[in-house]
Design a protein around this ligand. Structure first.
Ligand code: NAD
Length: 514
């Protein structure tokens, strides 16, 4: 293990080195005296990690004053920091290229958020390529300004990208590295000073990543990192007296809406997804295997715990006979030993069973596969352990008062399947209009007119279209985030960073001649 890291990636399997997470405050790593008692090994319920249960947040609060509202840097202040951050990215990316380091993060992610090795590696790769993208001059290019000639000689108006200053990042459990890493770097690039809080069940991954960044030259005072319960974070935000000038929140819709009020709207959100995929009328048997595989991965990778997971699948009846049996076959191949299916961290089996039973009471609904618990495992009962599940629901039922129940986001290996025919396409569009979450979507069809019709009548922020379309995929090479909500945040690309982490400032130079 590299000397940079303080935690063994096999947490809890090495009794001499129990995993312990620290807070970072005022540039110093702080060991805690109080640890969370409810954080257990997701695979067997054992002790494996000591995570601070911070309740006294006064130092974090004081630190909100370190950074003024004009930021740690902006295009007219401390501009050498743009290059410094580009350099940190270059060095960190280089380290992540080393097999030892990349494997370290892959294993650590898998230990706290059990998902398949390729899913964990994916996070490391995305983070590395993101850092490569913002190496060298690319951080300063994010703050590119523009100018327009004015009305008379000497007048010129210029638009600048300006930071918010002290900001906050709240990240969920499902992407322990990628989400906090990309958002924290984006915040820093634009000149902000973030206070970062990651779900305590997985925060060890970001803590170790921060150690790597500091090793690569990031000034440790550039950000604070707190490990605390959600309600403590909410209290901190309430007590901060509006000093936090922007909060970027990734997590559930309920918490996002609550924080929007607490923060008086100063929030950018990546919240829940109820993501749809529609398979168009242009059935082609040569594509069945590809489409079935993509559906299986979109619905069940990471045990369905992706905000972009396929929650509802609309299948044109032309595909029914060929596709549906393949979906069942692929789901049956998923095994706990490979973590192709695994613990569900925010839904218990009784909640999952209850939801399945509610849906199966709907007229005409049918269990296509799954619907019960995994067997032969040691996953603790506070986490779910459920088979990949699909329930078919008749189109008409989505146009009744059962809509909210059917379109509830289940953050687990679960999807709703709806069959439709040509004459029902308007009903499908009506359903898409009613879905309130507009994160990802997929239009699986090479029929350009069908694509245009669905694309033109919907708003999802990240929409794939074409026979290879998918709902999941938040790489660094395209925008990822919801649309249709003025609070929407994005992640990954220059546009996402600029939109989320800076605001527009116009400076009009007008100095004469008289
Ligand atoms: P959650 O809202 O319970 O938790 C998310 C984060 O918020 C955690 O760090 C948690 O500790 C913190 N938190 C909880 N209550 C808080 C409060 N009152 N004040 C401040 N912080 C608080 O979400 P979850 O259930 O753990 O995560 C899954 C949800 O996140 C799903 O709905 C999923 O769709 C969504 N998600 C969205 C994206 C996206 O990019 N849109 C990405 C990942 C996850």
């Amino acid at each position: 293990m590299k000397e940079i890291f303080t935690v063994d990636p096999f947490l809890g399997m090495n009794p001499d080195k129990p995993g312990e997470v620290c807070n970072l405050v005022k540039g110093k790593w702080l060991q805690s005296k109080n640890f969370r008692e409810d954080i257990v090994d997701p695979l067997n319920g054992g002790n494996f990690l000591r995570v601070p249960d911070t309740v006294d947040y006064s130092e974090f609060m004081e630190n909100l004053d370190i950074c003024s509202k004009s930021g740690l840097h902006n295009p007219l202040k401390n501009i050498e920091r743009y290059l410094m951050l580009g350099d940190v990215c270059a060095k960190a990316a280089e380290l992540l290229r080393e097999e030892e380091v990349s494997e370290y993060f892959t294993k650590l992610i898998q230990r706290v958020m059990p998902k398949s090795t390729s899913q964990c590696q994916g996070e490391v790769t995305v983070t590395r390529v993101f850092l490569e993208n913002f190496s060298g001059d690319n951080v300063r290019f994010l703050a590119r300004s523009f100018s327009n000639p004015g009305d008379h000689l000497g007048q010129e108006s210029s638009g600048y990208r300006w930071p918010f200053g002290p900001v906050c990042i709240i990240a969920p459990f499902n992407f322990p590295l990628e989400i906090p890493a990309l958002q924290a770097m984006g915040a820093l690039f634009m000149g902000n000073r973030p206070l970062v809080k990651v779900d305590s069940r997985v925060s060890v991954v970001f803590e170790q990543f921060l150690r790597l960044l500091i090793h690569c030259g990031l000034p440790p005072e550039d950000l604070d990192f707190i490990n605390c319960k959600g309600e403590v974070m909410e209290e901190l935000i309430k007590q901060s007296n509006n000093k936090i000038r922007l909060t970027q929140f990734t997590g559930s819709k309920e918490v996002a809406d609550k924080l929007s009020v607490v923060l008086k709207g100063k929030i950018r959100i990546e919240d829940a997804g109820f993501d749809w995929k529609i398979i168009g009328p242009d059935y082609d048997s040569e594509w069945t295997e590809y489409v079935a595989n993509q559906c299986d991965q979109d619905a069940y990778n990471a045990s369905g715990q992706k905000c972009s997971a396929q929650s509802i699948l609309f299948v044109h009846r032309n595909w029914e006979e060929d596709l549906l049996p393949r979906l069942a076959d692929l789901a049956a191949k998923r095994e706990l030993k490979n973590l192709d299916i695994g613990p569900v961290l925010s839904w218990t089996n009784s909640q999952l069973n209850e939801h399945v039973n509610f849906l199966l009471k709907i007229d005409g609904s049918k269990l296509l596969f799954g619907g019960d618990e995994l067997s032969d495992h040691s996953i603790p009962s506070n986490y779910g352990s459920f088979k990949p599940t699909a329930i078919e629901i008749p189109v008409e039922e989505l146009l009744t008062d059962k809509f909210d129940l059917i379109t509830k986001e289940v953050f687990g290996p679960f999807q709703v399947v709806v069959l439709y025919s040509d004459r029902e396409i308007n009903k499908i569009k009506e359903i898409l209009e009613k879905i309130t979450q507009n994160l990802t979507a997929a239009i699986v069809s090479n029929d350009v007119l069908f694509q245009q019709d669905i694309l033109g009548n919907t708003v999802n922020g990240t929409t794939y279209t074409g026979m290879r379309a998918r709902t999941t995929g938040a790489p660094q090479n395209h925008w990822f985030g919801p649309a249709g909500d003025p609070r929407s945040a994005g992640i990954g690309t220059p546009e996402a960073i600029i939109n989320t982490w800076s605001s527009h400032r116009e400076i009009i130079k007008d100095s004469g001649p008289y």
